[in-house]
Unconditional design. Structure first.
Length: 345
């Protein structure tokens, strides 16, 4: 159900919902409805919409900027950090679209930047309702210094075919279907995500993929090899902008939530150690084994695609890729877009 705060009457989403004929209820605050992933709450609350992705000096960060226009997700992945970070289950949507626009344009004036949604929400899961792509794409396409990323586990891509793909990358998070069935509740089937990526790349969008988190599983190599083979067979290497790889990690507070909420999960059956950032991680030897397996298959089949590790330390970079990417700005210069190397003409 959609709930519109009374302070948003006459506002941006009020007009969108009326134009689309969507039903909504006007409320006086978020305590007027059930705190559920099934509910969307439109608020006039202000926010610091654009900020740097959180990172620590101990682990290499790619200097990504995040747009927080929406908080919350209809999917229910057992490993999701939002279960700790957010104090609500409903999907919170900020009605201050002009504030979002100004924040993005301000970043554009500061120099080259990779920016996107998808940290506190899924970028496309409810785009048929919110139409955020209709709002965001025209803005970023007028920017000179921005490459904008929509990150998703959905196949809700219809609105994207109405727009110029000029400055946009659409990224799909991937895990084998056995893991999707067990841990990524309500997300789209993985083969459907790959089909959506192919359709978008055929239309002209740059696409990318996130193997993050890689999850330790009994038949890890077999499952991920099959997934990668399907990806190689269906998506053109020349249309892939980048691929991120990283293993499952979590703050200690998440463990109890996972055990209570997902008693059948296999996530916590592996051995973990506390990392330099306080997060629980697989033992370093296990991480290297998992990362190497994915990286080797990517390098063999898609040698021209830029691959990177999300939040791994410099020793793993040196061991697996032969160099240290450095911190933030230095790291970011490895991306093709930063070097003006467009891969779709």
């Amino acid at each position: 159900m959609i709930y519109l705060d009374k302070t948003c009457l006459g506002g941006n989403f009020h007009k969108i919902f009326e134009r689309k004929g969507l039903q909504f209820e006007v409320v006086d605050g978020s305590d007027c409805f059930e705190n559920s992933k099934k509910n969307i709450y439109i608020t006039s609350q202000k926010n610091r919409f654009v900020h740097q992705c959180p990172a620590t000096r101990e682990y290499r960060c790619c200097n990504y900027m995040v747009v927080d226009a929406v908080e919350g997700c209809p999917f229910d992945c057992s490993y999701c950090i939002l279960q700790v970070y957010l104090n609500h289950d409903f999907i919170k949507v900020y009605d201050d679209l002009e504030g979002i626009r100004e924040s993005i344009l301000s970043v554009d004036k500061s120099g080259k930047c990779r920016i996107g949604t998808g940290e506190l929400s899924d970028s496309l899961a409810i785009d048929n309702i919110l139409c955020m792509t209709d709002f965001l794409i025209p803005i970023v396409n007028q920017c000179e210094n921005i490459q904008f990323e929509f990150k998703t586990k959905s196949t809700n891509i219809t609105n994207l075919f109405r727009h110029n793909p000029k400055n946009v990358v659409v990224s799909f998070s991937l895990n084998p279907q056995e893991i999707v069935d067990s841990e990524e509740h309500f997300a789209s089937p993985v083969l459907a995500r790959i089909k959506a990526a192919k359709d978008l790349s055929d239309y002209g969008y740059k696409v990318s993929f996130h193997f993050d988190p890689l999850i330790d599983w009994d038949n890890f190599e077999e499952l991920y090899a099959d997934l990668l083979d399907h990806l190689f067979e269906n998506v053109d290497e020349k249309k892939v902008e980048f691929i991120s790889i990283s293993t499952f990690r979590f703050i200690p507070e998440l463990a109890d939530i996972i055990r209570i909420k997902f008693p059948e999960t296999k996530l916590l059956s592996s051995r973990f150690i506390k990392g330099l950032d306080g997060k629980m991680r697989y033992f370093k030897s296990k991480r290297i084994e998992m990362l190497r397996f994915i990286l080797n298959r990517l390098n063999k089949n898609w040698p021209t695609v830029f691959t990177y590790f999300c939040m791994e330390d410099k020793s793993i970079w040196r061991k697996l890729k032969g160099f240290d990417p450095g911190l933030r700005e230095e790291f970011e210069k490895n991306f093709k877009w930063y070097r003006h190397e467009s891969i779709i003409h």
